[in-house]
Design a protein around this ligand. Structure first.
Ligand code: NAP
Length: 334
């Protein structure tokens, strides 16, 4: 009911009214729940990414902060160590929207990090006009969908190694609550308004609208998480999509200043917005399964309106498009 009322559910009112009910499997993960686990958070230079990195580090994770600007990364690294003394976060530089850079970064990370327990696809943006990456992909599609898809595919060996180690009971993270590795897609409640656009993924048709592009690609993230969950079933890697509600971050105040002014004091803090991602990282595996869409520590419907429901054929077409648009090998050199 709160979710359908949107303002009640997405603002801090939703968070504060639900929080007292978070007991049992939904309780805060215990101290040290992520000890011995390695996490990569994209978009860690700001807002929810920074709050997620701090939340994970507090639970004992070794956190890799993926940023696209090394100087910003250094500032965030200091903020994380300031918030969590003893944490040793590492800064990783990559532009998630540039597929060649994703390939370079993934290959470099795999050489250094053989086991990855958590991958949080948090990087995001809401552009005011249609822009393309240097590789010709529409920007929100590249950053929200193609880059995360490719990164998941390329880091699969490290995710599988962590998942297998945990399944075999030889993970050094003896205190962690999970027993698997996890991939999280940070989507948005805005996706509820949009169907899966499998016929025009690059938004070439019609008049471009940044908010619609954002919501379309956030819908795609939920479908993508579902497809990856299917692909990885039984491998020890679970996949989850979530929406954070509305939180006061540079992204919200910069891209939607009018909205931020109106909702103002009701916006969640970044920590409240990051709560479900941090909880999903540390919650017992049995409590979260795989392939669901989460908000405030509970699975939520992926659709509220009949017109947004896609068919299995549309999902298959979307999945095929993503593989084609984000190939594992650079088409120029393959
Ligand atoms: N805040 C909310 O209420 C809300 C609601 C629903 C969903 N979300 C989702 O939550 C996520 C975080 O949002 P936020 O509010 O924290 O926004 P934010 O403050 O603008 O942070 C976005 C982050 O994404 C990074 N990023 C953007 N493009 C990138 C690229 N090409 N490669 C690598 N990193 C890139 C940014 O890096 P730079 O610092 O270099 O720009 C920044 O660190 C987004 O996916 C957003 O869609 C947020």
């Amino acid at each position: 009911m709160l979710d359908r009322g949107i303002v009640g559910g997405y603002t801090k009112l939703g968070y504060l009214s639900r929080r007292p009910g978070w007991t049992g499997d939904r309780a805060d993960p215990p101290a040290g729940a992520l000890h011995g686990r390695t996490a990569l958070v994209t978009g860690a230079s700001s807002g929810l990414g920074e709050a997620t990195a701090i939340g994970l580090a507090r639970l004992g994770a070794r956190v890799h902060l993926l940023v696209r600007d090394a100087d910003k990364g250094e500032q965030i690294r200091r903020r994380v160590t300031g918030a969590v003394p003893g944490a040793a976060p590492r800064v990783e530089v990559c532009d998630v929207g540039e597929l060649a850079d994703v390939r370079r970064f993934a290959s470099d990370l795999l050489a250094r990090v053989p086991e990855l327990h958590l991958l949080v696809h948090n990087a995001g943006l809401l552009p005011d006009q249609r822009r393309e990456t240097s590789e010709g992909n529409e920007l929100t599609l590249a950053v929200h969908v193609l880059g995360p898809h490719l990164l998941t595919a390329l880091l699969r060996p490290a995710l599988a190694a962590a998942g297998n180690a945990a399944l075999a009971g030889r993970s050094n993270g003896a205190t962690h609550a999970g027993g698997d590795s996890r991939v999280l897609f940070v989507s948005s409640g805005g996706m509820y308004a949009q169907p899966l656009k499998d016929d025009d993924p690059q938004y070439r048709e019609g008049r471009y609208n940044g908010t619609a592009a954002y919501a379309r690609t956030k819908r795609m993230q939920v479908a993508l998480a579902g497809e990856w969950a299917r692909e990885l079933a039984g491998t020890g890697i679970s996949v989850h999509a979530l929406h954070p509600g509305w939180a006061a971050t540079p992204g919200i105040t910069g891209s939607l200043p009018g909205f931020a002014r109106v909702v103002g004091p009701l916006l969640r803090t970044p920590e409240q917005g990051a709560d479900t991602a941090v909880w999903l990282a540390g919650a017992p595996a049995r409590a979260i399964g795989t392939g669901q869409f989460w908000h405030d520590r509970a699975p939520r419907p992926a659709h509220y309106f009949p017109h947004t429901r896609e068919t299995p054929a549309q999902r298959a077409r979307f999945w095929a498009q993503v593989q084609r648009l984000a190939p594992r090998h650079d088409p120029a050199t393959a």
